[in-house]
Design a protein around this ligand. Structure first.
Ligand code: ADP
Ligand code: NI
Length: 217
């Protein structure tokens, strides 16, 4: 009944409406960038583009932050949707597995092995978490959650479990040390590592300037 273009079109529509009015850095434009970065990586690294596109489009629908803390409910939404557009059972299961395991869960939490397509989408999601866009998203998130921007007495933590990571309410600058600056060494593909280098450098310069101005120099 469906062809792939049609299935992608239906997914676009579903995801656009799911992320409508999202103001914590997980808006539709984030999803669209992740899709585009992932397809750019795939041109060099290979992978099945249809699966990459579906995974990228749906990757944040199951996020616990967008499902009142209930990731299982989020995964059910993704599964039900894939079924509704007639995605094969085995492809559906593989996409669900990747989506359940691609998000960052804390500095010392062990990463599960993903499919090639999952690895590429994870890289794209991580690239969109660093650089100028990454900085902007992080402060948008902090503001959305009423977090302080910076408190020099509050030190970053290397979380060993996902609950501790997701429940922390520390100032936004801490997130750079707890996640953003670690991402360049947690990418799967060489293509993503190349893209990340400049963005990582940009965050380092940002922090240097931030502390300089903080000290009124
Ligand atoms: P992932 O897609 O790797 O699971 P998240 O959805 O947890 O990542 O986070 C995406 C982005 O949201 C982060 O890169 C960051 O910009 C912002 N964010 C998430 N958690 C925090 C936090 N505790 N403090 C500041 N920003 C955050
Ligand atoms: Ni994301």
């Amino acid at each position: 009944m469906e062809n792939r273009n049609n299935q992608i079109e239906l997914t676009n529509k579903f995801v656009k409406s799911f992320h409508q009015n999202e103001a914590s850095g997980h808006d539709w434009f984030h999803i669209d960038r992740v899709r585009n970065i992932a397809l750019k990586i795939a041109k060099i690294e290979g992978g099945y583009n249809f699966k990459i596109e579906l995974t990228a489009l749906l990757h944040d629908v199951a996020d616990h932050k967008l499902n009142n803390g209930d990731e299982k409910l989020g995964l059910k939404k993704v599964g039900d949707f894939l079924k509704s557009i007639n995605i094969d059972e085995s492809l559906k299961e593989s996409i669900l597995y990747d989506i359940a395991n691609l998000s960052y869960k804390g500095a010392k939490v062990v990463q599960k092995e993903l499919s090639l397509e999952g690895k590429i989408v994870q890289d794209a999601d991580r690239i969109d978490a660093i650089g100028a866009i990454g900085i902007a998203r992080t402060f948008a998130y902090g503001g959305n959650k009423n977090r302080m921007m910076y408190d020099p007495s509050c030190k970053p933590e290397m979380h060993t479990d996902f609950n501790a990571y997701k429940n922390n309410t520390t100032p936004t600058i801490n997130h750079f040390y707890e996640k953003l600056l670690l991402l360049k060494d947690r990418l799967n593909t060489n293509t993503a590592k190349e893209i990340a280098a400049e963005r990582h450098q940009y965050m380092e310069s940002f922090l240097e300037q931030f502390y300089k101005e903080w000290d009124c120099k």
